[in-house]
Write a protein that binds this ligand. Sequence first.
Ligand SMILES: *Cc1c(COP(=O)(O)O)cnc(C)c1O
Length: 374
Amino acid sequence: MTLPRLEIDLAKIQHNARTLIRRLDHRGIAVTGVTKAFLGDAEMAHALVGAGIDTLADARIENIEAMQRAHVPAEFWLVRSPMLSQVDRVVAAADISFNSEADIIAALSAAARRADRCHGIVLMVELGDLREGIMPCDLESLAARVLELPNLSLKGIGTNLGCRSGVTPDDHNMTELSTLAESIEAKFSVSLSIVSGGNSSNLSWGFNAANVRRINDLRLGEAILLGNDPINGKSLAGLYTDAIVLIAEVIEAKTKPSVPWGNLGQKPFANLTTAVDSGDVLQAILAVGQQDVDPAGLSPKLAGIEIVAASSDHLIVNVGNAKIAVGSKLAFEPTYSALLRAMTSPFVAKVMVPIGMHATSHSQVDDAVELLAS
Ligand SMILES: *Cc1c(COP(=O)(O)O)cnc(C)c1O
């Protein structure tokens, strides 16, 4: 099988999605599945729908178009503001887009009119993370604008925290979003069907809040795919963190000094660890690099392996006492940033472990030691 590759266990991803749906459902919160990390791959999108997700969200219209072409049966949200230059594509492929700019909303209205469609609008509100969003004091006037423009429907409001500045979702900012929803409804006599509280970093709040008030949707990518809570990097109880594993092949394994020699100048990529002189070490090079993955976001499945550096095409690991030889395959769990880059690299194969194959593939992927023997 092609290397390097991402092995994607669809049954584990479905388990993660079902678990999150169940845990949020009795709080009155729906799960929207975020597909951007896997570029709208149809098989993965179908797996999310099969787990009970009705709405899929992506930041890029290309991915939504791909899922539409594959007839994935879901409602599609574009969760990054449309570009002015793409409004016709957005109206054609997405049911709803997330917006924060009056000019783009006006262009969406004109595009929806040309296409003779009704396009849904969710207004994004800035609540402190300083990424996208309307300042709360400007929300009312933009909502009024959406309501008066033809071929648009004001579906709701939303916010995004924890992405640029790491602002944590809490009772304070979530209550503010609920209050804003209620005041828009009262002011314009409308009802907002979507109050979307945020992304995977909202989960601890969503599970634990005494009252979630009007928040009825979370947009989840990382938690479903990697089983992680991005707020603290810890795994979420009951979820698989190894649904997706990167496997790469050793192309050199040699005993070498642990520190370089010669005059040291600049180097293109920072080391991942500080070199300490521990005498000779067994160093292995894997055929995968910065172009394919974020090396700082890889955790070796096999204990005792330490990633020390990476260049464009080489990942360098100290392997301790492990029996590693040329041709050995090593498995790594990726963080979200490592996953994004690997999914996007044309050099990394994506291999789906189909639902029903769970037992067999589990031992293949899970047991790095077995991989070494192969
Ligand atoms: C990427 C993204 C998400 C999903 O974030 P995760 O941390 O992967 O759950 C949700 N909302 C918006 C606006 C996004 O861009």
